[in-house]
Design a protein around this ligand. Sequence first.
Ligand code: DLL
Length: 440
Amino acid sequence: MASHVPTSLFEPAIETASREEIRSLQLEKLQRQVQWAYEKVGWYRARFDEQGVAPTDIRSLEDVGKLPFTDKQVLRDTYPFGLFAVPLDQVLRLHSSSGTTGKPIVVGYNAHDLDVWSDCIARLAQMAGVMPGDRAQMAFGYGMFTGGFGLHYGLEKLGCMVIPAASGNTERHLMMIEDYKSTVLIATPSYAMHICEVGEALGFDWGAASLRVGLFGGEPCPPALKQEIEDRMHITCTDNYGLTEVMGPGVSGECLSSRDHQHIAEDHFLWEVVDPESGEPVGEGEAGELVLTPLDKQAFPVIRYRTHDLTRVTCESCECGRTHARMEKVRSRTDDMLIIRGTNVFPSQVADVLAGIGGLSPHYRITLDSERGLDTMTVLAEFEPEAFSDSFAAMDAFRKHIADKLRQSLLVSCKVRLVEPGGIERSLGKTKYVEDNRGK
Ligand code: DLL
């Protein structure tokens, strides 16, 4: 990993406030936010009334549990503007989720919301060692995706020169890094890896390049992938989390002291971790589904949003000095669990097994099919050039070794197909690891 640049704090007072101060600020903001949602949005008023709960019933942070959950379905049912809480002529920006099936979900921001969003981004960028004066090259897509515009304005607010290159046109990215002496790359980890590989293939000297920091997010970043990018590109990378429904990027960010966690911006988000089945809270530090209530959203208030993301949260102090709770990096979602012949498998488990086997690149895919009514899982694993042998027997033994390791860990057998270096398609944004052909 590249050497650390000491980080300072973007908003020191709030980032290091005591737990009591944070909780008291959260309660004050929660009460205001719930009142706002109740007064301004018919949908919330109807649900609260149905549930027999009034904004004045929120007297402690735990009282949030009295409020109904929201989820993607609510946002679909109220599409496009049913949850908006300000007149539309005060909405300065819309974003939406990718919406692979049916209508997307739409969210909106007024001037206040955009300001808060930029603060959250500036904070996470500074946590990663980004400074005013840095040159930040954007490789997230602009458009309805929150990644591009969200990071863009936050980095400007921090005082960076933003280079809005967007995703794609990888050779142009390399040219810009070289010519504009970019110091920060903003990308999904998948696309950063691709930029790294294309650069290496073209003889780009990452060790000599100006790039210092990678700001990643938008998809899970397995530790092995992050390590590989840090080593090969000679940069320090942080992985940052967020979702469109509650704001976009900026919900939580990794500091340089706690590399497998992210500090939640607790002055702007109230977090809960619940049992995905029952919706009941789990104990502190236990794994469950993250539920978020943004505390500062005016145009599009969201109460107790079920993220489907699995994590655990700790309030223990962090060496970096920040006091905001830390969530473990999200590797899986409740809805990406695959059921293969009755056995539950998360794609992240496959990634971890493959990462533990030498000679494989971080690229893989999973294909699910149905053969005579039985589920079959095929894992496509890409070998590194050094692992290639022109002996068929050696390659077949390697393939069987991978299949054995997967079976031992996942407790379900699968086929393995070895793919030549570069043979697995690279993504310019979020990678889709699973192709499910069952029932097609
Ligand atoms: O991906 C927001 C974002 C953009 C975050 C850029 C960070 C950087 P959506 O497109 O709505 O929003 O997707 C949100 O992506 O519920 C997670 O499942 C996943 N996700 C986002 N960031 C991470 C991350 C943006 N760092 C969904 N690690 C979320 C793991 C992530 N999963």
